[in-house]
Design a protein around this ligand. Structure first.
Ligand SMILES: *Cc1c(COP(=O)(O)O)cnc(C)c1O
Length: 393
């Protein structure tokens, strides 16, 4: 058994990132500036959209919040999202003053089920907020058709989906907005950070103003060598700007996004093969004409497994393998039960997944030995016990 703990989701940081951060520190310009502008341009190029249609912010939560405010969503409006997501997705809807409405997931893809969305639409519905769970694209064709029929916005939570594609188009460019995360465990990291991609000029212009105190265009330049220009506060915005220190990481992380994706794909394929005989469900194959971002590798622990999911979490940790749960369904949490009256049983697919799922390490930083250790530990938890192994042989 390994003695050093394998940290779940540890990022792979290169010398380029380290040098770029040091150069920011030495330059004295730490805050929003030229490196953020470069990271925005690089991200726009990666997504195949105009530089004018992206805005870097300090988290995906901020991106989701600002996207809703920028599109005029607020009190009295309903936004439909998935119960199988991180709390930030739902919290952002609450922060915008709108009412979250849940629609259950498909049990195989673990993504929001368009039929459940259709059933949840009311005259107050303004938007759908799909999450491309684990990096697998949602059924954007059905969701876009629903949005068109009912005149709804689509705000994609792309926290897992930087590399995701669906029918030849990149995730985050199907909806009115795409919101990305560069949190430490995500596929591209800046420590904390996020990005908004918007389809239309007014939306992105307002999002940019809202993300920096509501100050008029390019207010960050007020301390640059162009000299002081007056800015004007045009609405009450938020403090959501990204720093150059963060973008310094992102620029080089993004340059290696495809290389890291291939490393994760290879780990994913190793796991798929190594766990084929275990009493656990592996991720379903990708749908045709889509590209999976391989953000999370999740197993569903079966009824017939020797350990329960929670026992397996403890046992993996005991064997020095960091694991995750993505996610206990949103209605399992007391806040949402009390505020919205939700019960887990009302969203049975998300509930079942949330109670059985375990995420294994999938970082491009994993060494061959790390991967072998994850496989050995997982098999020790889930492989049916033979008489010999039960006797401790
Ligand atoms: C990580 C995550 C977020 C929040 O991202 P931050 O950048 O940490 O704000 C939102 N939604 C999902 C699905 C996530 O996994």
């Amino acid at each position: 058994m390994r003695d050093d703990f394998l940290v779940f989701g540890a990022p792979l940081i290169g010398d380029e990132e380290i040098r770029e951060v040091v150069s920011s520190l030495e330059s004295g310009w730490l805050g929003t500036g030229p490196k953020v502008a470069r990271f925005e341009a690089d991200f726009a190029a990666y997504k195949g959209v105009s530089e004018k249609h992206v805005a870097a912010v300090n988290s995906c939560t901020a991106a989701l919040h600002v996207s809703m405010v920028a599109s005029g969503i607020g009190p009295g409006d309903e936004v439909i999202t998935t119960p199988l997501t991180f709390a930030a997705t739902v919290n952002a809807i609450v922060h915008a003053g709108a009412t979250p409405v849940l629609a259950d997931v498909d049990p195989l893809t673990m993504n929001i089920d368009p039929e459940a969305v259709a059933a949840a639409i009311t005259p107050r519905t303004r938007a759908i907020m799909p999450v491309h769970f684990a990096g697998r694209s949602c059924d954007m064709q059905s969701l876009c058709a629903l949005a068109e029929r009912h005149d709804l916005m689509i705000i994609e939570d792309c926290a897992h989906a930087i590399e995701t594609e669906y029918h030849g188009r990149r995730a985050g460019t199907w909806g009115d907005f795409g919101c990305f995360s560069f949190y430490v465990t995500k596929n591209v990291i800046t420590g904390e950070g996020g990005m908004i991609v918007a389809r239309n000029d007014e939306h992105i212009a307002r999002a940019k103003v809202l993300a920096l105190h509501g100050m008029s265009k390019d207010a960050w330049r007020r301390f640059s060598d162009e000299g002081h220009k007056h800015y004007f506060v045009v609405e009450c915005g938020f403090k959501y700007n990204m720093m150059d220190l963060q973008a310094a990481l992102g620029i080089h992380q993004l340059a290696r996004v495809e290389q890291n994706w291939r490393l994760r794909e290879a780990i994913w394929n190793r796991y798929q093969e190594a766990f084929a005989d275990l009493p656990a469900s592996r991720p379903a194959p990708s749908e045709p004409d889509t590209r999976h971002a391989y953000h999370l590798y999740t197993l569903l622990v079966g009824d017939d497994a020797p350990l329960s999911r929670d026992e397996m979490l403890d046992e993996m940790t005991r064997q020095s393998i960091g694991v995750g749960v993505h996610y206990l369904s949103i209605p399992e949490h007391p806040y949402y039960q009390e505020r919205f009256g939700w019960r887990p049983e009302e969203y049975p697919n998300a509930m079942r997944i949330g109670r059985r799922t375990i995420s294994l390490p999938l970082s491009p930083k994993l060494s061959e030995r790390d991967i072998d250790d994850v496989i050995a530990a997982t098999r020790s938890c889930l492989a049916p016990r033979t008489a010999a192994s039960a006797a401790g042989a």
